[in-house]
Design a protein around this ligand. Structure first.
Ligand SMILES: Cc1cc2nc3c(=O)[nH]c(=O)nc-3n(C[C@H](O)[C@H](O)[C@H](O)COP(=O)(O)OP(=O)(O)OC[C@H]3O[C@@H](n4cnc5c(N)ncnc54)[C@H](O)[C@@H]3O)c2cc1C
Length: 449
């Protein structure tokens, strides 16, 4: 079957690859790893020549680690010095634990979070790609190609290399296109998939410090009157610090002005005293992030799958984004594996045909969507509990932190959900108990699994 593409080139179903993945962030690399693991020929494209050193996505949850363990990536990250964390703790500004999500109560193998720099996670995923995967950096995906029936059947790309012959557009055909091109996904927009994006009314400033004393062993979120302060260890004796700021709080500050602001902000939190000596050297590592949440209305269209932030983004404080990106990529690969099982091979040497890809995409949507909807709720609630500075939100949030922290049953459910081990939705009754409006006679009954 052939059709005329918008660029005057005949598109045929003798595909160039089984799958084209747009984006080599965590989501795209995980999708490529999963699909390549099935023996599929996969082309991964990223517009950046080299991945940027951005302080985002450093803490991996047990749900993602289950997948990375199967791929050998968890072991590789540990060999590169990744740090294991035992718990996620919400604390007062003096360091007193108000709510402790103790991962030690989870099933064996799921009892740790793992922290490493984002760049190290990207490099480790990229270095583990199967031989049937080709990774091409410095290549911009300009648009999706459509087949006669409207399904996506490939991409149009150009090299970002200015020396390349006038950056000529090239068509690459595949029965499966994976949009892993981040929150502003061009492929998602081209497919007409909408979604609701909500911006949080604050920003996060990130710093990397090397404090002189002992490192923290957990992921700690300190509640202060000026917002969240997040701290966790990184390899090499370093610590990541995030500070919540008003959107314009740092606008126009000189480097010295920022150094003063930082010193004040950290000194206001007695529990962070140990970080103060490391602040002057850390000033240069400052990065600032706008934060929002997003959930696409659909995760797939014929020929096209969305993974990672193209489909789903949440507030960073819950450390959920990479988790769902990796588990979604693994789920997509599982559905493709099922569809391949017993299906006729695709044309032109590609193993995957359009019909099998579309069957898998429907199953992916059905399997994944409820999980993402639930994960979005969990993350949004958790973020509101610890970042809302308006007084009603702050009062309810602090109450929820304390009541959940004192309720072993709810703590277990919240820990399980945060760990990304499968959704266990809180009931309306749980929610009332969580903010202390109803007593919980089962508060000490911890589920055994
Ligand atoms: C401050 C911060 C801290 C965070 N901390 C955590 C954490 O601790 N744990 C956690 O799980 N998550 C965390 N997250 C979320 C996590 O970073 C994201 O969920 C994850 O990185 C998303 O990966 P992605 O591959 O979907 O998107 P991206 O990382 O945005 O990757 C998209 C890729 O697509 C490429 N691309 C885009 N358009 C095109 C195109 N047209 N052609 C070719 N290439 C294209 C881009 O160059 C990019 O490489 C954090 C986020 C932030 C902002």
């Amino acid at each position: 079957m052939t059709s005329r593409s918008r660029h005057g080139v005949h598109l045929s179903r003798d595909y160039d690859y089984d799958a084209v993945v747009c984006g080599a962030g965590v989501a795209g690399l995980a999708a490529a790893r999963g699909l390549g693991g099935l023996g599929l020929r996969v082309l991964v494209l990223d517009k950046q020549h080299t991945p940027r050193d951005v302080a985002k996505g450093e803490v991996l949850q047990p749900g993602a680690l289950r997948v990375l363990r199967r791929w050998g990536t968890e072991e590789a990250l540990r060999r590169r010095g990744a740090v294991g964390l035992d718990r996620l703790v919400v604390r007062s500004d003096r360091g007193a634990p108000l709510m402790t999500l103790d991962y030690g109560q989870l099933p064996e193998g799921d009892r740790k979070l793992l922290a490493h720099e984002h760049l190290a996670i990207l490099h480790t995923l990229a270095q583990d790609l199967p031989p049937t995967v080709e990774l091409r950096r410095g290549t911009l995906v300009r648009e999706a190609l459509r087949e006669d029936d409207g399904r996506v059947g490939g991409v149009l790309l150009t090299s970002q290399d200015t020396r390349a012959a006038a950056a000529e557009a090239v068509e690459v055909r595949a029965p499966l296109v994976v949009a892993a091109d981040g929150i502003s996904s061009r492929l998602r927009r081209a497919a007409g998939i909408e979604g609701q994006r909500v911006e949080y009314p604050h920003r996060l400033v990130s710093l990397e410090l090397t404090p002189p004393g002992p490192l923290p062993h957990d992921f700690s979120a300190y509640l202060t009157d000026r917002g969240l302060r997040l701290v966790y260890p990184l390899p090499g004796g370093r610590v990541r610090l995030y500070l919540q700021t008003e959107p314009d709080e740092l606008r126009g500050l000189t480097a010295d002005g920022f150094a003063d602001w930082l010193a004040r902000a950290v000194r206001e939190v007695p529990a962070l005293d140990g970080l103060v000596p490391a602040l002057p050297e850390a000033v240069g590592s400052k990065q600032t992030f706008a934060v929002g949440r997003y959930l696409a209305d659909r995760l797939a269209a014929p020929g096209l799958a969305l993974v990672g932030e193209a489909a789903y983004a949440v507030h960073p404080m819950a450390a959920q984004g990479m988790n769902t990106a990796i588990t979604s990529a693994a789920s997509l690969a599982e559905q493709i594996a099922r569809a391949l099982d017993g299906s006729a091979p695709g044309d032109g040497g590609a193993r995957l045909g359009a019909a099998a890809a579309d069957a898998a995409l429907r199953a992916y949507e059905e399997e994944r969507r409820p999980t993402l909807v639930q994960a979005a709720k969990t993350s949004a609630n958790a973020a509101r509990m610890v970042t809302d500075l308006a007084w009603p939100g702050r009062v309810v949030g602090r109450r929820a932190v304390r009541c959940t922290g004192a309720n072993a049953r709810l703590l277990h459910t919240v820990t399980h959900n945060m760990a990304g081990l499968g959704p266990r939705p809180l009931t309306p009754l749980d929610r009332l108990q969580q903010i202390g409006l109803l007593p919980d006679p089962r508060a000490h009954r911890v589920p055994t699994a």
